[in-house]
Design a protein around this ligand. Structure first.
Ligand SMILES: Cc1ncc(COP(=O)(O)O)c(C=O)c1O
Length: 431
């Protein structure tokens, strides 16, 4: 258990850079993890080491052999992290680029009849790719409208929208706006009941830092993550694809092995830094369990992360000590509702009468970093149906603490008190 284990929380925090302070300023509490997590110190040193290497794979010298070893190890570690015992893993420019790559190749392969099914909960990276490439490939685009109340898309909704003509389906694992996690196994089961050979492509980017990815159990064809959101660094994305997906025609060098999806020279630093992430999960798994196998340790770490993050989001919503939680203020609206079992590490809310931009600015002056989500091309699909223009997103990770949540709730309480007092005095002046 991480909860109430001060020593373990300290050990966890010691492993990350910029935990309590901003790289550009003073102390700050980091609740903007959905925009990019903190980076492991080990990732920083490993990244620096590999950025200095001039050597490439496939040469007959020690440095080249080492580069190959690191890349293979990175792939093996990623297989453990994702629990993917088949298929292949490769890196690309970013999560967005990889989603575009998988979706565009799937569309071109299945072109000219049938449709692609996605949902309004998805990030624009998969939605834009689907809409553009379904059009190019003359496939229909069917969009499932997510539930505003619960902030999810259900297996039944997929079942009702998919037909035997559905060639591709896209799913977001966890929404970075509502914070809710979808039931991937049940959704893929529902899709395959109607369209058994449908290519199912999943955006796992927001889900990955919260642990418990289990590709073997999902029966899908593609899963994409962004390492800068899972304690690694910027500059690359990671995709897993199933063996049958790997076989479809795709961009590759003429004469290269048929199933290879890698394009160009590999950056060993991207694989090596992800090995550090897996090593971290393994270390945490040892701290919270007696497991010995790598996958079991990763699972144990994921479970501990989920439980602790639920504890922290419950504090945010329902309060701690004499501090009220967000759900206890009648003027606060919580996206997806306060009591939502699908919530994963994130609370988005708006306050009646206070602009979200003012609130984000105020919290920044209080040393608390959160983010505004606006009715724009990133979040409009979720906010517009709710008839709200913006909201504040508080996204946590397992290195955050109860004390940090308390400081946030205290700042919210002060803001609401100031707002109420100034409103009362305005009303009094006007009366
Ligand atoms: C759910 C989700 N999908 C896709 C992306 C895009 O990922 P990247 O920044 O790696 O392109 C993000 C980034 O915020 C995201 O949260």
């Amino acid at each position: 258990m991480i909860k109430k284990n001060e020593n373990l929380i300290k050990e966890i925090r010691d492993r990350f850079e910029n935990v309590g302070k901003c790289s550009e300023g003073g102390e700050r509490i980091f609740f903007e993890n959905a925009g990019g997590s903190l980076t492991l110190k080990k990732v920083i040193s490993t990244s620096s080491k590999f950025s200095a290497l001039p050597d490439n794979q496939g040469r007959n010298n020690e440095a080249s052999n080492e580069v190959s070893r690191v890349i293979h190890k990175g792939k093996d570690d990623l297989s453990d992290f994702l629990n993917a015992t088949s298929g292949q893993i490769f890196v690309g420019e970013s999560g967005t680029e990889l989603l575009f790559r998988l979706i565009s190749e799937a569309c071109l392969h299945t072109s000219n009849s049938g449709n692609l099914v996605g949902s309004t909960l998805e990030h624009p990276s998969s939605r834009s790719a689907s809409q553009r490439w379904a059009g190019i490939a003359s496939l229909g685009y069917v969009e499932i409208i997510h539930s505003d109340e619960e902030g999810i898309v259900s297996p039944t909704q997929y079942y009702d929208s998919v037909s035997c003509d559905t060639k591709i389906a896209t799913i977001i694992h966890t929404s970075p706006i509502t914070g809710m996690t979808l039931n991937l196994s049940e959704i893929s089961k529902a899709i395959r009941k109607k369209s058994p050979s449908c290519f199912i492509i999943v955006d796992g980017i927001q889900h990955a830092p919260h642990g418990n990815i289990d590709i073997d159990s999902y029966n899908i064809d593609g899963y994409v993550i962004s390492p800068y959101k899972v304690f690694s660094r910027h500059g690359y994305g990671v995709a897993w694809i199933s063996d049958r997906f790997a076989k479809i025609p795709h961009n590759s060098l003429s004469g290269a092995p048929e199933n290879s999806w890698e394009l160009g020279t590999r950056d060993p630093g991207s694989y090596a830094t992800f090995s550090e992430v897996v090593q971290y999960f393994s270390w945490l798994g040892e701290k919270v369990s007696n497991q010995v196998g790598i996958r079991e340790k990763i699972n144990a770490a994921g479970e501990a992360i989920s439980k602790y993050e639920k504890y922290l989001t419950d504090l945010l919503l329902f309060g701690t000590g004499n501090l009220k939680g967000l759900s206890e203020y009648p003027q606060i609206y919580i996206l997806g509702g306060a009591k939502n079992p699908a919530r994963t590490g994130l609370v988005s809310f708006s306050i009646n009468g206070i602009e979200s931009s003012d609130l984000v600015e105020y919290l920044e002056t209080e040393g608390i970093r959160v983010h505004i989500r606006k009715n724009d091309h990133y979040s409009g699909n979720v906010l517009k149906p709710l008839v709200i223009n913006d909201c504040v997103r508080v996204s946590i990770c397992h290195y955050n603490t109860e004390d940090e949540v308390g400081k946030f709730l205290s700042a919210i309480s002060n803001k609401l008190l100031t707002y109420t007092n100034s409103k009362l005095s305005k009303d009094y002046t006007n009366s």
